[in-house]
Design a protein around this ligand. Sequence first.
Ligand code: KIV
Ligand code: NA
Length: 265
Amino acid sequence: VKRITTHTLQEMKNRGEKIAMLTAYDYSMATIVDDAGIDVILVGDSASNVMAGHETTLPITLDQMIYHASSVVRAAKRALVIVDLPFGSYQGNSKEALNSAIRIMKESGAHGVKLEGGVEIAESVSRILAAGIPVMGHLGLTPQSIYKFGTYTVRAKQDVEAEKLRSDALKLQELGCFGIVLEKIPAALAKEVTDSLVIPTIGIGAGQHCSGQVLVIHDMLGINKGFTPRFLRQYANLYEVMSNAIKGYVTDVKASDFPNDKEQY
Ligand code: KIV
Ligand code: NA
């Protein structure tokens, strides 16, 4: 199989083919995701929520991201693997940002990194790109800034924030980012930004006009019970499927039905 690259993604946008991206954090899940034909696997810092049970993405560490990323890389034969730089590993200064990105690339074997923010992190983005590491931007609802925002509601509904997002997107493109995630912004703004850029946009809660879409795998498989924002489409109810399987096992063990004659040596 031929590996998807950042150049493949640009060609896809150029010919109007949508890019399908999902998160994964471990070998077994990433094997299924890759085999099913996903273009990009994001080792998101949403691992902090869905894998570790934290309330926000802030606590996850660079070492923990590298552990998740290396597991995913071992599974991905075709997909491009992009890894989030976690909170605190790139905002301080550009040298630290570069060191964090280099650790991810060397220690996990991933193919690129994603950073949240616009002009504020321009120096870090430039420095990482100068080292030959592909960088993806992330604008709109950037969860590492949740304590600044206060809520997880739609961003950039007001003119000032929308205008900053437009200029941040152009800035990230100018610096050399290969794509930008647009999270939870009005569909009309996402369309405008997508049309204004050469590079692809990947939306989550940003409408149908982005160059591609991304979802958190636990959300779209329905493993995350009770997380049902408007932007989410649930393609399965794995909570129920898995819960029923586990209940069946408990019942069988208690009834001495498992293992049976054929399931032993
Ligand atoms: O961490 C994550 O899962 C993400 C996507 C939602 C874009 O950043
Ligand atoms: Na993230």
